[in-house]
Design a protein around this ligand. Structure first.
Ligand code: OSB
Ligand code: MG
Length: 377
């Protein structure tokens, strides 16, 4: 059922998919591995009234989630896109429902939905921020810092980001690289807004180590346990003073409601890709807002396309903590948009142009494309 705020339908001629390889300015190491190149899928919705752009935020390997580039590529071209092209006209709010019979593959669905949403909003001259309910024109910017060779190198990396003006530091941790790394950052920089992200690297048996993090006055501990471990997260939460925040576990608004009901999270990281799209992300936001739970906007090393869309999402009212919406140059020397997001006084601007509000740099897009396919109706 359409509601008054819904974006109008588009006539879909087809979709273009591209796999991009973007070199990172420095390696990014998490508990699940090191990346030096960002592999990502860019989606272009083709309509008679203009193109729309989206990004499928999968990574090359299924290490953060079960989704990965070639799986997303296959399910998009074999199943998801044909289902969307079956509809003569399609409104953005009908994308998720049309794709609902296909289990999982939320990042692939989110990238397709964003492309349709962008095409629709560009045709209507409405910005994504305005459409989603943004209440700010700029947002405070946090940065996610990968695991470095040792705590001294981590301190040096964090110093650089603080100098640039980032308003909140998140450091990645894993077993053996947790307490000393966190202590080093606290000792070097005092009372800065600081949080840690474990990307599911621990079990409940590590509760004593994780309780050791209570000494550092962190804003939160992000996803210490596995994606499915909601009950264990709830048990862990009772053993810690530091608030637990879930990332991987929050795969939908329903999953968020369940996590909150269980006491598995006091704070929620919202990523549109992980929950199947920006419209579902707004539903996660709305239910957290109703429950009095703070949220912040996570990131997946997005290109300028997904980064612009993240900035729009992060401008909603309950995004009260700085998110991982950093400047494009934190990851990339050259972006694929004409107006990459920059850091200004520790903030990033919420785009105001139609749709995601950024233009595509065709030359850069070509430079980084390693595979391309067009699926037409
Ligand atoms: O867990 O938040 C995460 C990057 C890839 C996969 C998972 C995560 C991350 C980050 C980087 O932390 C966030 C960013 O885009 O800046
Ligand atoms: Mg995370």
């Amino acid at each position: 059922m359409p509601s008054p705020g819904d974006a109008g339908p588009v006539a879909l001629d087809g979709f273009e998919l591209r796999v991009l390889h973007l070199p990172l300015v420095s390696p990014f190491t998490t508990s699940f591995g090191t990346e030096t190149v960002r592999e990502v899928i860019v989606v272009r919705a083709l309509t008679p009234d203009g193109d729309g752009w989206g990004e499928i935020v999968t990574q090359e390997a299924p290490l953060y989630s079960s989704e990965y580039t070639q799986g997303a590529w296959d399910v998009a071209r074999r199943w998801l896109i044909p289902a969307l092209l079956d509809r003569a006209r399609l409104a953005p709010h009908d994308v998720a429902e049309t794709l609902a019979p296909f289990v999982g593959h939320r990042m692939a669905k989110a990238g397709l939905e964003l492309a349709v949403l962008d095409a629709s909003l560009r045709a209507q001259g409405v910005s994504l921020g305005a459409h989603l309910g943004a209440v700010r024109d700029r947002i405070p910017s946090g940065v996610s810092v990968g695991i470095q060779s040792d705590p001294a190198a981590l301190v040096e990396a964090v110093a650089g980001y603080l100098d640039e003006g980032y308003r909140r530091i998140k450091i990645k941790i894993k077993p053996g690289r947790d307490l000393a790394d966190t202590a080093a950052v606290r000792a070097a920089f005092g009372d800065i807004p600081l949080q840690v992200d474990a990307n599911s690297a621990y079990t409940l048996a590590d509760a004593d180590t994780l309780a050791g993090l209570d000494d550092f006055g962190l804003l939160l501990i992000e996803q210490p346990l596995r994606e499915d471990d909601l009950v264990d997260h709830a048990a862990l939460a009772r053993l810690l003073r530091t608030p637990l925040c879930l990332d991987e576990s929050i795969t939908s608004a329903k999953a968020a409601a369940d996590a909150l009901a269980l006491g598995a999270a006091a704070i929620v990281n919202i990523k549109a890709g992980r929950v199947g799209g920006h419209l579902e992300a707004v539903r996660v936001h709305d239910l957290c807002r109703a429950a009095g739970v703070p949220v912040w906007c996570g990131g997946m090393l997005e290109t300028g396309i997904g980064r612009a869309a993240n900035a729009a999402l992060a401008a909603l009212p309950r995004f009260t903590l700085p998110g991982d919406v950093s400047a494009s140059d934190r990851f990339y020397r050259r972006d694929i948009v004409t107006d990459p997001i920059v850091l200004d006084d520790g903030h990033v601007r919420v785009p105001t142009g139609p749709g995601i509000g950024v233009g595509i740099d065709g030359g850069a897009l070509e430079e980084f494309t390693v595979a391309r396919e067009v699926v037409r109706r």
